[in-house]
Design a protein around this ligand. Structure first.
Ligand code: CTP
Ligand code: MG
Length: 219
């Protein structure tokens, strides 16, 4: 059973507001991309990695993989305008005989290997997909034009993270359906059964400068 990881790093990082894409902003001594790339490459669960880079940043991504000695990197491709397009570009590089595809946000650099294990485990139990998630600590409300319409029951809510894992054929079919804010939502819409497994606070997604500082303190 071969496991392919698609590492999506093609976003612009507009909210971070640096002079370069988020994946190439410095985290410690290296570009942020180095951390999730090294962790996926070292994971015993992962056989091959596809990196999805921003336009004109393919070359630096390949050089970084070489510098890290990331020997599982099979391809580095250019991303698209949206996250879903970038995922599609990465998945297109995954060969037909792959059993499982993991999709991970480069913007979540601190990937604990136990989380990868839990995702793969759920797929082994027959789910179409598996998503790591953490409980929601704030009360969440549905709002329209500044007015509360509903307070959602918090015990039924979780915050989804990545890596999200899928039976390869299920993800390919779901990606043909269009756009979603994560891959699991496309698989859910297609009627797939998606398990929730325990995520990890360290999988915080770097969005703002404060997130970057938090993640670098945890390095
Ligand atoms: N991503 C991507 N291609 C896109 C948009 C996003 O590969 N067209 C990736 C990002 O590189 C990131 C992940 O999807 O690893 C989650 O996206 P997000 O945190 O929104 O990153 P950015 O889109 O880069 O940030 P912003 O929305 O602030 O511009
Ligand atoms: Mg974005």
């Amino acid at each position: 059973m071969s496991v392919w990881a698609v590492l999506v790093a093609a976003g612009r990082g507009e909210r971070l507001g640096e002079d370069r894409p988020k994946a190439f902003v410095r985290l410690g001594d290296l570009p942020l991309l180095a951390e999730p790339l090294r962790r996926l490459d070292e994971s015993g669960w992962v056989d091959h990695v596809v990196v999805v880079a921003p336009p004109n940043w393919e070359e630096p991504a390949i050089l970084l993989a070489e510098e890290l000695g990331a020997s599982k990197v099979s391809a580095c491709v250019t991303g698209g305008e949206t996250r879903s397009e970038s995922v599609r570009a990465g998945v297109a590089e995954v060969p037909a005989d792959a059993a499982v595809i993991l999709v991970h946000d480069a913007a979540r650099p601190l990937l604990p290997d136990e989380v990868v294990g839990r995702v793969i485990d759920a797929l082994g139990q027959g789910f179409d997909g598996a998503v790591p998630a953490v409980p929601v600590s704030d009360t969440v409300k549905r709002v329209r034009d500044g007015v509360v319409e509903e307070t959602l029951p918090r015990d039924a809510l979780v915050a989804a993270q990545t890596p999200q894992g899928f039976v390869a054929s299920v993800l390919r079919a779901a990606l043909d359906r269009g756009e979603g804010s994560d891959c699991a939502s496309l698989v859910e819409q297609a009627g797939g059964r998606v398990a929730i497994v325990a995520g990890d606070e360290r999988l915080l997604k770097v969005t703002s400068r404060a997130d970057l500082e938090r993640v670098s303190a945890w390095l």
